[in-house]
Each structure stands twice: as structure tokens, then as C-alpha cells.
Unconditional design. Structure first.
Length: 473
């Protein structure tokens, strides 16, 4: 049993086996991680990288004080920069707000208690406003496959860190798709929980879209991601928007159903904005799910399209402005131009229009529930396409909005989802699908998403390791 410093997989099961066999120690993995980071050079993945001696000291502490049976023993991880880790700075990609965290919430504390080793704080779209990963004063995190393409946002650095094989998992957060788009663009899994299942008290200020967003998990496999989710989920009385259902949500691993019905948008409703290769990959994913025992049920997408537009084209945007206004006051010049434009547009809405939007969202959510009632999950492309950094710089608002076509409605409707790889375009860039489910049905979505991932003959992220099949376990 051997493991290479530069190419050895950081998959949970691989490291657990090597630790158990005493082939590796956590300090060995940490040294390897820093060697990999050095090999990649200045890739703008990290806003703050923990100095290697400090990370090694943490690894030695884990070896000395944490039981190897703990679920995250010795696993290196990245944390999005808007999530507090004691002793590390948080900036929200807005340098004037930089401060060193003295404490954190239960989601992060449980990771530390279970033996995880934080390598650093990852780059992000400023204040989490964006799905592209280019709206940061700390540079553009380099896509794990091609730096000409966007890494996906806002949790850009977290998605790249996992995809490039620098960490075993990473935390992001997701209001509009930030836990799913970077997963698609870096060929990894994104676990986006039901809002309220995971406490947001570790997020700076509780987040900028407090009523909608959730901490999310990037991992190499669905199983890895769900291992983390099981640990960090739970009701938190200190979180204003934590949901009591989090006490009882069953996240146990379940086998994929032999027969299931999955909704998909009607063919005539699907939008890929001219990306034929992405369209073909989605069709292949549908066929793959059917071969696994699924029955595809086409549903009209108009309900979801109207809902996704509510997030940035309606008063719901004002929540972000209300959250960040006290932080940016006096430092407006430090705002990214696209971030400023989006936040300023939120002041146009009246209280009457806000309530109309709330009522309309309730109607749309009711109608969606009825539409999906006789299906187990709803499968959509994670994104309609992928764009180059240069394209986003020319059209920052329009193209970013397109990337939210299949993501923006999900948190508004309180759904959960598992984003999983779907294959590669002819140019070598990855695309993904997202398996959505009703609130607190993460285990159901995970079972189907995992089955889909495991039948793909595909690499894990941009690494040389491949997706383990059920027969490999």
C-alpha cells in the first residue's frame, strides 16, 4: 500500500485506510498538501494560508489527542473566507472588514473536534455576491482544469482546492448556487443542505442573505460530503434561522432505490445558451439515471424560472444590501464594481413590492410542490454552460445571471441538493447535474446522486484518482 505526495488521493476512505495501516500520519499528509500548494504556485485559491509549521503543529496535536476513529481524523480542509475559524482572519473578500476570529459556531467547531486540519481560508466573490469567482480583490482562483475559465463562485477557492487535490474537503456557503456552481466547474461534489439544517453562526454576521443561505460542503465524492454534513448538521438555538427539523433530519446513508421517478425540465424549456456539448451531457445524465432504474418525468420549468429571477430581480436582493451596508460604509471604494452595481440596485424596491414578492414566492413554492409531488427528486443541470474569465469581464452581470438559471430558485423554495459531476465537454471542461429534493431529504438526493457519480468512468476533480465503484468498497 503506497501513496504519492503529489498524486495520492485525499479521498476520505483512502486516507482512513492508510492511517489505519500506519502507512501515513496526518503530519505526512500536511507536508504533502503544502508541497502541492507550492507546485501550483500563485493560484489565488487562498486569502489566508495557514503557515506550514502551524498546520504541522495542528497535525501533531491531532495525532496526540484525537482518536483515529473520529470521522475527520487527519483530513485537511479549506474554509471559505466568510466562515470564522478561531485564530484565522475573515474578510468576506472585503479587506476593510478583516478581523481575526476569536470563536466560531458549532459547524466549524465540530470539524475541529473530529480531527480536521484547516489549511487555510479560501477565496470568494466579494460578500458572496456572484456565481463566477472573479469578483475578488485577492485575484481569480485558478480553475482546476484551465485558468482561462472561471472557477465558479462565490465559493471559488473552496471548489478549486478540492478539485485540484489540495484538501480532502472544503466548506463553502450557498444562497444562489455558490455551493453547486464551483462543484460543476471543478468536477467535484457539492452538498447543499436545506437552509436551516446547518447553523450559520460560524458565518461572519450570520451571512449576507441570512434567511436563505446555508453552509455547504465540497468533496470528492457524495459519501465524503455527506460524512461532513452528518457531523455539522443540527439545530442551533443561537442561529435565528436554524430550523427545528434539524433535530430529527435523518442523514443516514441509504442505498439507491431500485426504482425511482425523477423530474427533469421539459426539453423545450431547457436553456444552454448555445452550449451544445452541455446539452448532450445533460441528456447522457438522464439516460444514465434511467439505466439505474429511474423514470424521467418532464415538467414545465416556468415556475422555477420565475422563482430564480426573484433572487436578483426582486426585493429579496435588499437583504444583502441591508446586511453589508454597515460594513461598507466609508469604504465604498473597496467594493468590486459588479458588487457595487448589484447592491445599489436593491434600494429601488418598496415595502409593498417586497410583500408582493413574498406572496408570489409562496404561490410558486406551493405550485412547485404540487408539480413534483409524484417524483422522488428533481434533476437539473448545475449550470447551462461555463464561461471564460475574459467573457465575464466583458459582460459581468448578464453572464453571471445565466449561470444561476438552475440554481437561484432552490434556496428560495427551501430545497436541498447534491451537485455531482456529469462528464466533460470536448474542450476538457467539466459540467455537472444537481439532484434536488424536498426540504430535509438530503439522504434521498445523496443516494441517487451517488449512484449516478459511481457509474461514471471519471476522475475525482482534476486528480489522477477515479471515482470508486460500489464493488471497490
Amino acid at each position: 500500500m503506497s501513496w504519492d505526495e503529489l498524486t495520492g488521493s485525499l479521498d476520505f476512505d483512502v486516507l482512513r485506510r492508510l492511517y489505519a495501516a500506519r502507512v501515513l500520519r496526518p503530519r505526512d499528509v500536511v507536508r504533502a498538501v503544502y508541497r502541492r500548494i507550492a507546485e501550483r504556485g500563485d493560484d489565488h485559491v487562498w486569502i489566508h494560508l495557514v503557515p506550514e509549521p502551524e498546520a504541522l503543529a495542528r497535525a501533531e496535536q491531532v495525532e496526540a489527542t484525537i482518536d483515529p476513529s473520529e470521522p475527520l481524523y487527519g483530513l485537511p480542509c479549506g474554509i471559505k473566507d466568510n466562515i470564522d475559524v478561531p485564530g484565522l482572519p475573515s474578510t468576506n473578500a472585503f479587506p476593510p472588514s478583516r478581523r481575526v476570529a476569536e470563536s466560531t459556531g458549532p459547524a466549524v467547531q465540530r470539524l475541529l473536534d473530529a480531527g480536521a486540519i484547516v489549511i487555510g481560508k479560501t477565496n470568494m466573490d466579494q460578500f458572496g455576491v456572484g456565481l463566477v469567482g472573479v469578483r475578488s480583490p485577492y485575484g481569480v482562483a485558478r480553475n482546476a482544469f484551465d485558468p482561462a475559465f472561471v472557477p465558479g463562485g462565490s465559493s471559488a477557492g473552496s471548489g478549486v482546492a478540492v478539485g485540484a487535490g489540495l484538501v480532502s474537503f472544503a466548506l463553502g456557503n450557498d444562497a444562489a448556487g455558490s455551493g453547486r456552481v464551483p462543484a460543476a466547474f471543478n468536477n467535484v461534489v457539492g452538498v447543499k443542505p436545506t437552509p436551516g439544517l446547518v447553523s450559520n453562526t460560524a458565518v461572519v454576521g450570520g451571512g449576507t442573505a441570512k434567511t436563505l443561505e446555508t453552509i455547504s460542503v465540497f468533496a470528492l465524492t457524495v459519501e465524503n460530503g455527506m460524512d461532513v454534513l452528518r457531523l455539522i448538521a443540527g439545530y442551533d438555538p443561537e442561529d435565528l434561522f436554524s430550523k427545528s427539523e434539524a433535530r430529527y433530519c435523518d442523514l443516514s446513508r441509504m442505498p439507491p432505490p431500485r426504482r425511482f421517478r425523477f423530474a427533469v425540465p421539459r426539453a423545450q424549456d431547457l436553456l444552454f445558451f448555445g452550449d451544445h456539448a452541455a446539452s448532450v451531457l445533460f441528456e447522457s445524465s438522464i439516460a444514465r439515471l434511467e439505466a439505474l432504474g429511474g423514470t424521467a418525468v418532464e415538467v414545465p420549468y416556468s415556475i422555477f424560472m420565475e422563482t430564480q429571477r426573484l433572487l436578483y430581480e426582486a426585493p429579496f436582493l435588499a437583504e444583502r444590501t441591508a446586511s453589508v451596508a454597515p460594513i461598507i460604509q466609508g469604504h465604498e471604494s473597496a467594493l468590486h464594481p459588479a458588487t457595487r452595481q448589484i447592491l445599489e440596485s436593491a434600494g429601488e424596491w418598496t415595502a409593498v413590492e417586497t410583500y408582493r414578492a413574498i406572496h408570489r414566492l409562496a404561490e410558486l413554492t406551493r405550485d412547485a410542490r404540487r408539480l413534483l409531488a409524484d417524483t422522488d427528486v428533481f434533476v437539473v443541470p448545475s449550470t447551462p454552460t461555463i464561461y471564460r474569465v475574459a467573457e465575464i469581464e466583458e459582460e459581468p452581470i448578464v453572464l453571471n445571471a445565466r449561470l444561476g438559471t438552475y440554481t437561484n430558485f432552490v434556496n428560495l423554495m427551501g430545497m436541498c441538493g447534491i451537485a455531482t459531476p456529469a462528464g466533460f465537454r470536448p474542450d476538457g471542461m467539466p459540467q455537472g447535474i444537481t439532484v434536488l429534493a424536498p426540504p430535509f431529504q438530503e439522504a434521498r438526493a445523496a443516494a441517487i446522486a451517488s449512484a449516478h457519480h459511481r457509474v461514471l468512468d471519471i476522475c475525482l476533480g482534476a486528480t489522477s484518482a477515479f471515482v470508486p465503484r460500489a464493488s471497490d468498497e
